[in-house]
Design a protein around this ligand. Structure first.
Ligand code: SIN
Ligand code: NI
Length: 265
């Protein structure tokens, strides 16, 4: 597997190079910083593609926290190649340790000079998911993201809090009002180079700093869920149009299995 991905992508981190310590760190802390999931050339290519897609496609939301474009892979050929990138999917599956499938992607851009923080939240409570204990997001930096451009901060171990309702990512107190213990948790901030990514479990609480620089912060997030995930009927922009019955598998061509993505190479 290592040779396959090195030959095709020259990525420096592959499932074959992931150490047991890195996998254990992800499972223990709920996040991990992975260097070189993309080559610098790939990162530059996809940054241009993401900025171009953001000009053409309608955002789900735009504002001071971030501009958000969801399921870009279904509308943009260039970004499709990143969302379905076999190395990203294979590393995610190796970290999660169970078969996964794509939930959705999103481009998140924090505009220069005028963004606000993305406040602490967990992702999974927003989603209409049951039977998905191992959801994992690849937050891929398409440009260098030092702290002052809007990098991620995590609360290690907070992925074990699977009982919390949805939190408001526009409110700095929301998570801590629901779970006061987490206010005193150590925080890990991860400034990150273009082509690196962080992987986080969708119950690992995280925030992102504001972008106070002159350049946009461009991140592409590829979100995976357990292959076994079923639908709870909670409102969500991705599933609302699909007419799913409560309890139905979230599966099929819109939610490709990682096993298929890896085989497609
Ligand atoms: C951000 O990049 O601003 C936030 C990403 C996330 O909440 O997953
Ligand atoms: Ni989030």
């Amino acid at each position: 597997m290592e040779t396959l991905y090195r030959n095709n992508h020259e990525a420096t981190t592959t499932p074959g190079t992931l150490s047991a310590e890195t996998i254990a760190s992800y499972r223990n802390n709920g996040f991990v910083h992975i260097r070189g999931i993309l080559t610098p050339e790939e990162a530059a290519h996809y940054q241009a593609a993401a900025l171009s897609a953001a000009k053409r496609l309608k955002p789900l939301s735009a504002g001071s926290v971030f501009d958000q474009l969801v399921n870009v892979w279904q509308e943009d050929e260039a970004m499709r190649a990143l969302t379905l990138h076999p190395n990203v999917a294979a590393v995610a599956q190796a970290l999660a340790g169970v078969p996964l499938r794509l939930w959705h992607d999103q481009i998140l851009i924090k505009q220069p000079k005028k963004s606000t923080p993305t406040e602490f939240h967990q992702d999974q409570p927003y989603w209409p998911h049951a039977n998905s204990a191992n959801p994992i997001s690849a937050w891929i930096a398409l440009c260098d993201v030092p702290v002052e451009r809007g990098c991620m901060t995590f609360l290690p171990g907070s992925h074990r809090r699977t009982d919390l309702p949805a939190q408001n990512l526009g409110d700095a107190s929301s998570l801590f009002n629901l779970c006061p213990d987490l206010r005193w948790s150590p925080r890990v901030t991860v400034p990150i180079r273009a082509g690196d990514c962080t992987f986080h479990h969708a119950r690992c609480a995280h925030m992102a700093t504001p972008n106070v620089t002159e350049e946009p912060r461009v991140a592409h997030i590829v979100i995976f869920m357990d292959e076994t995930t079923t639908y709870t009927a909670k409102h969500h922009v991705v599933t609302d149009p699909l007419g799913l019955e409560e309890g139905a598998p979230i599966a099929g061509a819109l939610f490709p299995a990682v096993g298929e993505l890896i085989q497609c190479r």
